[in-house]
Design a protein around this ligand. Structure first.
Ligand SMILES: NC(=O)c1ccc[n+]([C@@H]2O[C@H](COP(=O)([O-])OP(=O)(O)OC[C@H]3O[C@@H](n4cnc5c(N)ncnc54)[C@H](O)[C@@H]3O)[C@@H](O)[C@H]2O)c1
Length: 322
């Protein structure tokens, strides 16, 4: 007789077998506590290999849910499908649902999910993959600032996110809607690690939705500050950086989200540095701790419905793209 306890794996259904699904599959495959129960995609896709086997595949979510009882449904489909598929998963299964960011593409969908809460435990079951909040340099900088209350409040933030989606043409708009829709939610959810966001204070969109510039108010250690957020797809390479200024002490914290590095300085003095061993791909470095948190029994609040609702309220306060 052995005293080891057999733990049933978490049965996961993956909906949307596109680009980001590859990262979900890679991280899920690392976890011994996970079994891939099924995949879904509305277009014909190559069979998905998961630890040497191919799980059953379906052309739509309702058919998959008729045949399976997953513990978790992951929605990695284009942004404009998130709300409808989330409602289907919540009503047709008892599974928890992890939705790619942004949770919804409009405020009406957010209101519909909120209304569903009494019926389908939206707060207990619906999670949003705010993966940037789990990036290692963000973790490092948030811990550094928290450990140094003497540095005073964060007074100003500048964050610039560039993606080479101009090369994907119309397909980029179909999957991600606009640079603000895609990157704005990453910038906002990342900033919730540092400050309490209050409201969108200005917004400009350019290049047919491929670029954006906005300002967002926040509070930090009791004081008000402003974040300036730039995003654009007009580039051939990816580059994402943020700088946090704590003006009262003269400290500045730079984080490079592409390199997953950071440093803190005060005038000519280097105060702290953060690097990595170069072995972990960026998206894996985000989704590994994200899934660890989701499966921990106490998911980080940044994954929860209330965080998504707060981020969405600011994110969708911007006028409609295009
Ligand atoms: N690509 C990234 O780096 C990245 C990173 C983080 C988050 N995301 C988010 O993930 C989502 C998907 O992005 P992507 O880059 O993987 O897009 P994608 O277009 O590569 O993949 C989406 C997949 O979903 C499928 N699909 C569309 N409608 C469907 C439906 N109703 N039912 C089932 N399958 C359906 C498509 O056929 C496609 O295979 C977006 O919301 C995006 O914001 C993307």
């Amino acid at each position: 007789m052995t005293d080891s306890v057999r733990v049933e794996p978490v049965r996961v259904g993956l909906v949307g077998v596109g680009i980001i699904a590859e990262t979900h599959l890679a991280v899920l495959a690392e976890r011994e506590d996970v079994a891939l129960e099924f995949t879904v995609d509305s277009r014909p896709v190559e069979p998905v290999d998961f630890r040497g086997a191919t799980p059953p595949h379906y052309g739509d979510l309702p058919r998959a849910l008729d045949a399976h009882r997953p513990d978790l449904v992951v929605l990695a489909t284009p942004t404009e499908t998130h709300a409808e598929l989330a409602v289907q998963a919540l009503l047709r299964s008892g599974a928890r649902v992890l939705v790619e960011k942004p949770l919804v593409h409009d405020l009406a969908s957010l209101a519909a999910l909120r209304e569903l809460d009494g019926k389908a435990d939206v707060r207990g079951r619906l999670f949003t993959a705010h993966h940037f909040a789990f990036s290692p340099e963000v973790d490092w900088a948030a811990a550094l600032i928290a450990a140094n209350p003497g540095w005073g409040p964060v007074t100003a933030i500048t964050s610039a996110f560039y993606d080479p989606y101009v090369l994907r043409g119309e397909a980029a708009f179909a999957s991600y809607v606009s640079s603000w829709m895609d990157s704005g939610v990453n910038q906002l959810s990342m900033l919730t690690r540092f400050v309490d966001l209050t409201e969108l204070t200005s917004f400009q969109q350019a290049d047919g939705g491929a670029s954006a510039w906005c300002t967002v108010g926040f509070r930090s250690r009791g004081e008000a500050g402003t974040a300036r957020l730039r995003s654009s797809w007009l580039t051939g390479s990816s580059s994402k950086e943020s700088s946090l200024v704590l003006a009262r002490s003269g400290v500045e914290v730079w984080i490079d989200h592409t390199a997953m590095t950071g440093f803190a300085a005060r005038e000519g003095e280097l105060l702290a540095v953060f690097g990595n061993d170069g072995r972990t791909a960026r998206k894996i470095a985000h989704y590994r701790p994200l899934y660890a948190s989701l499966f921990s029994g106490r998911p980080d609040p940044v994954l929860g419905f209330d965080a998504a609702a707060r981020v969405t309220a600011i994110h969708r306060a911007a006028p409609e793209p295009r």
